[in-house]
Design a protein around this ligand. Structure first.
Ligand SMILES: Cc1ncc(C[n+]2csc(CCOP(=O)(O)OP(=O)(O)O)c2C)c(N)n1
Ligand code: SF4
Length: 300
């Protein structure tokens, strides 16, 4: 893991590839993560962004925030378009270009999952990053299959009825060389996982929990706190699988012990999307977290 001291040096020494002027909402964690991902990957990077907030917050040429080529793509085609970019560079004999798909959870876990599964099965040499804000935020907060159970969205006004898909485990089951999870609000983790992925040949997948102030309904100044609480409650688990070997991040390892982790209310009570939950619904989410933590604990 890159240290805070190193991160401060990287901040000033490495080129700024996500520049000011972005049209993201205040407190957007997704742009924070993209900025650090690009710091790690460097200028020889091409980004493919399927329909999402990422098409909007990048801005409009010639004033767009990205200092690297950035392809806005159809919703379902984040991974297939990246496959084409990779094949194009391979045909040209260019081996030092990083191809990054930067997709929301809707573009990954719902409509993009077929293209993703196909691209990683073909061992496409690219990084697929899913910034997971747990909903279709660009179009006004509709539920996705990555939305947590009991969340209120515009399409689930009384709360979603089922748990979120575990996309990182679904991808890990494809047995690709690198799968990692991180929270967008932690630059140390984001920078570290993208730096690691960059060095690996083949398909890499990074699942990034990305707090979204308007969609989750918390004050924009509290974005980092939300990412932190997701880890401390065990709602989001940090781990990586490199060449089939599972490692759990030190922070998550601590919170796999139930006596150390915070109850889910510490996270739920801070967000309007979980407003007016009944006791049994909170217990349902606590049971879900406990089950997932126990399962991970058994594997390590
Ligand atoms: C086939 C298709 N259906 C619907 C849309 C409209 N659309 C654009 S972005 C979007 C939501 C994307 O959600 P997600 O991938 O989670 O990214 P986020 O907006 O949260 O960043 C939708 C439904 C579209 N562009 N194409
Ligand atoms: S809606 Fe959410 S993810 Fe989209 S730009 Fe705003 S804060 Fe970021």
């Amino acid at each position: 893991m890159v240290t805070v001291k190193e991160l401060i040096q990287i901040e000033s020494n490495k080129p700024e590839l996500f520049q000011c002027g972005s049209s993201a909402c205040a407190g957007c964690a997704s742009v924070l993560a993209l900025r650090w991902a690009l710091k790690a990957l460097g200028p020889k990077t091409v980004v493919v962004a399927p329909a999402s907030c990422a098409n909007v917050y990048i801005g409009i040429w010639p004033k767009a925030s990205s200092a690297v080529p950035y392809v806005n793509m159809a919703f379902a085609a984040g991974a297939s378009a990246a496959s084409g970019v990779v094949a194009g560079y391979e045909a040209l004999g260019k081996k030092d270009i990083n191809v990054l798909t930067w997709a929301g959870d809707g573009g990954t876990v719902d409509i993009g999952i077929q293209a993703l599964s196909g691209a990683i099965e073909r061992s496409t040499n690219f990084i697929y990053a899913c910034y997971d804000n747990e909903g279709y935020m660009n179009t006004g907060t509709q539920r996705s299959s990555s939305t947590m159970k009991h969340t209120k969205t515009t399409t689930t006004p009384t709360g979603k009825g089922m748990h979120k898909k575990d996309i990182a485990q679904i991808v890990a089951a494809h047995d690709i060389p690198y799968v990692a999870t991180c929270v967008a609000t932690d630059p140390q983790e984001v920078y570290t996982v993208f730096s690691e992925a960059k060095e690996i040949q083949g398909a890499k997948f990074i699942h990034i929990l990305s707090p979204c102030a308007p969609g989750w309904r918390f004050a924009a100044s509290r974005t980092t706190e939300m990412g932190d609480l997701a880890v401390k409650t065990g709602i989001f688990l940090l781990w990586k699988q490199v060449d089939g070997e599972l490692t759990v991040n030190k922070r998550t390892l601590k919170y796999l012990d139930k006596s150390k982790r915070l109850p889910v209310e510490a996270y739920l009570n801070e967000q309007g999307r979980f407003g007016s939950l009944r006791k049994d619904q909170i217990q349902d989410l606590q049971d879900w977290v406990d089950r997932r933590c126990d399962k991970l604990a058994r594997r390590v």
